[in-house]
Design a protein. Structure first.
Length: 191
């Protein structure tokens, strides 16, 4: 009876250690590279009046790539960046332009699409995306603003390394424990 219990114990330990080994390998594979994450900052629908503007506020808090998706139901929409919520527009090259004198080049000019800019410094601030309607009729515009960044998950990587290490130690003990006893007995009998 005790021999059956020992065999069942060894089998259970073998199954658990193999499960730990497989889980550790999966964690190592999943977290050995960079992980891409996204965070939606703003989304919704706004009405942009005829020959007018509508601003969308979003929080810029961390480095990463900021993506903007706009979709005008009819006609063309133009988009500008504005960091001060004023009539001044900040262009991607850093120059300021008065919104009352709309420039011929916007960061986006079309009916629908996605555009982006990258941010490397981390200084929290509220930013504004200004939507301009050059037509003589109001437009419904849906928008979405999100941030994408990559990071290393060292906790997941260390968990994978730990699981593999523990599983290997348990397997080593389980497989070689009887052989080590036999080896020790053989050494003792040689004396």
């Amino acid at each position: 009876m005790t021999k059956v219990v020992k065999v069942l114990q060894k089998t259970l330990i073998l199954i658990l250690s193999m499960a730990m080994l497989a889980s550790g390998v999966l964690l190592l594979c999943a977290y050995s590279g960079q992980i891409e994450a996204t965070d939606i900052l703003a989304q919704g629908t706004v009405t942009v009046p005829a020959n007018g503007y509508q601003s969308i506020v979003y929080a810029r808090s961390s480095s990463g790539n900021y993506f903007f998706q706009v979709d005008a139901k009819t006609g063309i929409i133009q988009a500008f960046f504005n960091t001060e919520n004023s009539t001044m527009v900040t262009w991607t090259n850093g120059t300021l332009l008065d919104m009352r004198n709309i420039p011929s080049c916007a960061v986006f000019n079309g009916s629908s699409g996605i555009f982006a800019y990258g941010l490397t410094q981390e200084s929290p601030s509220s930013e504004y995306l200004l939507l301009s309607n050059p037509d003589s009729f109001s437009k419904e515009v849906s928008y979405r603003v999100w941030r994408s960044w990559t990071y290393e998950n060292y906790f997941g990587l260390l968990a994978g390394i730990s699981l593999v290490s523990v599983a290997m130690i348990v397997l080593f003990q389980l497989i070689l424990k009887g052989r080590l006893k036999d080896f020790n007995k053989a050494l003792e009998s040689q004396e």
